[in-house]
Design a binder for this molecule. Sequence first.
Ligand code: NAD
Length: 260
Amino acid sequence: MLNGKTALVTGSTSGIGLGMAEKLAAQGANVILNGFGDVEAPKASVLAAGQAHDIKVGYHGADMSKPAEIEAMMAYAQAEFGGVDILVNNAGIQFVAPVEDFPAEKWDAIIAINLSSAFHTMRLAVPGMRAKNWGRIINLASAHGLVASAGKSAYVAAKHGLVGLTKAVALETATTGVTVNAICPGWVLTPLVQKQIDARAAKEGISVDVAQKELLGEKQPSLQFVTPAQLGDLAVFLCSPGGDNVRGAAWNVDGGWLAQ
Ligand code: NAD
């Protein structure tokens, strides 16, 4: 279904981004990976997911907190893949502390990586998408793009901002073949969340297993983690003709978190 399209997924060496990349590859899209850490294993798993198609998988190590590196990554996408058809803004970090103790440099990093990076990739990708009159932009926001939790001021501000940015650019492109949407997951068991479970276990002197159950029980009525594969399936739908008129949505996939 996505043969001949190129998907750039930021922060795709791990977690949700990797799940997204695999699902898009399985539909025949070429994939550009980005993120820190080991690159060979994620590259191999995306190639394996796309093995039924003759897909190309690339990588660019841009630090998403640095606009000049983002510009270099978009230039790489243009030179090596003929541009970006599907842009998944997924790179993100978390830091938890009350506002009065929140380190200013952590605030800056979260706003840069979780919000401003999407502005930069979008401003650079939209002209090419408009020229082709087809494009998909999928911003990984969060349940925290729609409601807050204590201790997460920067993350909640960045994710609410990302939902707003999604709506604004969806309106700017509303008469074109370019759609812009946000996906708002609840808890997904990735390294980003594992850190929070481990911190909770250490702080409360409880086992990791109990901390995990408490974390789900507090917010997520399904008591199950959402999976990267489920989020990837939604991304595939948004890329299908069925998604042509889904515009500016902030689509929660959260085990009922926001229904409460
Ligand atoms: P993760 O820690 O597993 O993966 C984050 C990815 O981003 C990694 O590939 C990492 O290398 C990359 N990254 C981090 N900083 C970067 C930088 N400066 N430049 C480039 N890449 C960078 O996290 P995840 O849970 O898969 O999160 C992915 C996205 O989903 C984030 O935006 C996160 O806020 C969002 N999200 C996660 C959850 C959850 O429960 N895990 C819930 C809602 C939203």
